[in-house]
Write a protein that binds this ligand. Structure first.
Ligand code: HMG
Ligand code: MG
Length: 302
């Protein structure tokens, strides 16, 4: 299969990244961060999460953040919503799009959202109905698609059945999350083949954590399978509070560098995103995990 000519990057740094960072940020810090990301040319930003603050305290100010960011026609500002309550809070904060999240394994579902997979799908039904009424598009996530911290290996068919359920209940796109980053390229291709038996490839996205250093290889494998939407996190921020040891999402800068090398358009400015990644890493007092950002100054680009 030929590679796509264009890819959409879904920037999840302000959500998947910051939800697992220890240094607290103010609402204004987050607003500045999100708008700086939009200025790099990113068109889709997951800006927050309307979950229980007892479960994920880092996302507590999401309503204030989304309420305060200046809206741009060319940027979708999205948020995670686990239930109807979260959806209503998100709507009040004027989100453009929401995302529901299910897991491929029962153990992860219990640890992450305190219910079984089928209960979670049931919980999404009133949310989907409310979203349809409000004309808010919904994205779906499936976690643990290439491995589970509690159950180990995960069968592609197991993922495909949850992805299919999300798509059939109205999710416009389903993002396949390698939450613990254990996936490798052949497993990734087999997974996409299994999911693509139920969902058109243009409605499948890849969400790769880089814990085992496999994320770029898995993105390349996904590109070969015709996937053209990838979630990434500037500076490789984050991890997952319910998947111990999971490192952040693949760094946006690294994905962008690879895509540029492949001649694939994204509309995002590499130099600008490197600067945003450096600034947020300094603010969080952590090293920038992007390999491209680390290499950039030594190449005389800065
Ligand atoms: P629960 O305890 O089963 O639900 O939590 P509950 O309905 O009994 O509510 C418990 C408390 O939460 C109550 O408050 C509710 O009011 C409150 P209390 O009476 O104890 O004071 N509550 C809420 N508060 C704010 N916003 C809400 C909300 N709903 C209930 N929407 C629940 C169920 C889903 C809420 C909880 O388990 C939760 O918030 N989980 C969050 C998990 C999470 O955010 N995980 C990280 C994101 S997923 C991820 O990172 C993976 C992904 O990146 C893909 C990948 O990498 O694979 C997407
Ligand atoms: Mg994630």
């Amino acid at each position: 299969m030929t590679l796509p000519t264009q890819v959409t990057l879904v920037e999840v740094g302000p959500r998947d990244g910051l939800q697992n960072e220890a240094t607290p940020l103010t609402v204004q810090d987050k607003v500045n961060f999100i708008r700086a990301l939009a200025d790099t040319g990113l068109s889709y930003i997951e800006a927050g999460s309307f979950v229980s603050p007892k479960w994920v305290p880092q996302m507590a100010g999401s309503g204030a953040v989304l309420g305060a960011i200046e809206r741009r026609e060319d940027v979708t500002d999205a948020a995670l919503t686990p239930n109807l309550r979260g959806f209503e809070d998100a709507i009040n904060a004027r989100v453009d799009e929401v995302a529901v999240f299910a897991a491929a394994t029962e153990s992860f579902s219990q640890k992450n959202i305190n219910c079984s997979i089928s209960e979670s799908l049931k919980r999404f039904e009133p949310l989907m109905a409310a979203a349809k009424k409000a004309k808010i598009p919904v994205r779906g996530y499936v976690s643990c698609v290439l491995g589970c911290p509690y159950e180990g290996a995960v069968a592609p068919e197991q993922v495909a059945s949850v992805a299919k359920a999300l798509y059939e209940m109205g999710c416009r796109e389903v993002s396949l999350g390698d939450t613990i980053g254990t996936g490798t390229p052949t497993a990734t291709r087999e997974l996409i083949e299994a999911v693509a038996a139920h969902i058109p490839r243009e409605h499948i996205a890849g969400h790769f954590h880089d814990t085992y250093g496999q994320a770029l290889a898995n993105i390349y494998a996904s590109l070969l399978e015709g996937v053209s939407v990838f979630d990434s996190s500037v500076a490789g921020l984050g991890g997952c509070p319910y998947a111990k040891g999971a490192s952040g999402n693949v760094a946006t800068e690294d994905v962008l560098y690879m895509l540029q090398g492949l001649g694939i358009e994204t509309g995002v400015d590499l130099e600008a995103i490197i600067q945003v990644g450096n600034r947020i890493s300094q603010r969080l007092r952590r090293p920038n995990s992007s390999r491209v950002a680390q290499a950039w100054p030594t190449k005389g680009h800065q």
